[in-house]
Design a protein around this ligand. Structure first.
Ligand SMILES: [Zn+2]
Ligand SMILES: [Zn+2]
Length: 344
């Protein structure tokens, strides 16, 4: 089959690799009908996250059709349309039952193989999904596949971040970073009843999308507007970048007693604010990977309600063979690229 494989920073190739088969009795093999490139794929592409083996198939956002199942799979059959979260989970352990499916001890991140261990990804013709019964969810046939795909990662992550930021009805909220996850954070904050959602970014296309989704756009280069927002403060900040600068900006916006929720993937070793500053602000800080399996069904409900043009986050739709170019477009934000759909 064809797959997008990682060979080092800036080096993604579309190659022919062995078809994945059923390896464990709980596996399903899914024929991928749509995949997407996630901002966190760029952490690997840019060399910020290291450890991935050369030849690893990338990608963790996908939907498709089951083509084979192992003997222990009871809920899925070949032909079923499914959408996956970006990590597998067993659904039965204490961690899964607590709702933190992303930290299931048996779970794995799709598209991460390190020292020969791990799981190949979904930017490919086929993907093997372990723990398939508990991991995969039926993809409703009547919904836009591009929006269903978002439920497995970025929409779920936006919802998780708004939950972590404790967004309540009437709250004033800021979203730092209007990439796809930040944009979904705008939607999620509005859904939780936020009175006002500020969307902060430097890229005009992203700010325009945030405004379309109901946020008040704020260009971070606009010192006057930013100074005013800093002075007023907000109740909660969704930090959807994953950099020290974004953390610092988010911290500066939080009112005393407010919450800073980080869903950006951080790779730095230290906080961008001091413990004393957090104390003086009575700050609540939350961070972590989204339990996308827990939030997948609520995300599908949000899509079904149809209140937002969520598919607008996709600026490009390209065949899988053009994956290397897709990575370059997304990485360098060329051609107004906000997010790419890949069609195997
Ligand atoms: Zn992702
Ligand atoms: Zn589990």
């Amino acid at each position: 089959m064809r797959a997008l494989t990682f060979h080092g920073p800036g080096d993604v190739r579309c190659e022919v690799v062995a078809d994945p088969g059923v390896r464990d009795p709980g596996d399903a093999v899914v024929q991928v009908e749509l995949a997407a490139i996630c901002g966190s794929d760029l952490h690997v592409y840019r060399g910020h996250e290291v450890g991935l083996d050369a030849g690893t198939v990338l990608g963790h956002e996908f939907l498709g059709r089951v083509v084979a199942v192992g003997d222990d799979v009871g809920r899925l059959r070949p032909g079923d349309a499914v959408v996956g979260p970006f990590t597998t989970s067993c659904g039965a352990c204490a961690t899964c039952r607590s709702g933190l499916t992303c930290r299931c001890p048996r779970g794995e991140l799709l598209g991460w193989v390190q020292q020969g261990r791990g799981l190949h990804g979904a930017q490919a013709d086929h993907v093997r999904v372990p723990l398939a019964d508990a991991t995969l969810v039926a993809a409703p046939p009547d919904l836009d596949p591009a929006e269903v795909l978002l439920c497995g990662d970025v929409l779920a992550t936006g919802m998780f971040c708004a939950e972590a930021a404790d967004v309540r009805p009437g709250a004033e909220v800021a979203v730092v970073g209007c990439g796809p996850v930040g944009l979904m954070g705008v939607v999620a904050a509005r859904e939780r009843g936020a009175a006002r959602v500020w969307a902060l970014d430097a890229v005009p296309e992203r700010l325009a999308l945030a405004e379309r989704l109901g946020a008040r756009p704020l260009d971070v280069a606009d010192d006057v507007a930013l100074g005013r927002l800093r002075a007023d403060g907000v109740d909660g900040v969704l930090e959807a970048v994953g950099s020290p600068a974004a953390t610092r900006l988010a911290f500066d916006l939080v009112r005393p007693g407010g919450t800073l929720a980080a869903c950006g993937v951080h790779t730095e070793a230290h906080f961008a604010f001091a413990p004393g500053e957090a104390y003086d602000r009575n700050l609540t800080y939350r961070a972590g990977r989204c339990p996308a399996r827990r939030l997948l069904e609520p995300a599908l409900e949000l899509v079904r309600a149809g209140r937002y043009d969520l598919a607008a986050v996709f600026s490009h739709r390209l065949p899988l063979d053009e994956g290397p170019r897709a990575y370059e477009l997304f990485d360098r934000k060329l051609e107004g690229c906000t997010k790419v759909l890949l069609v195997p």
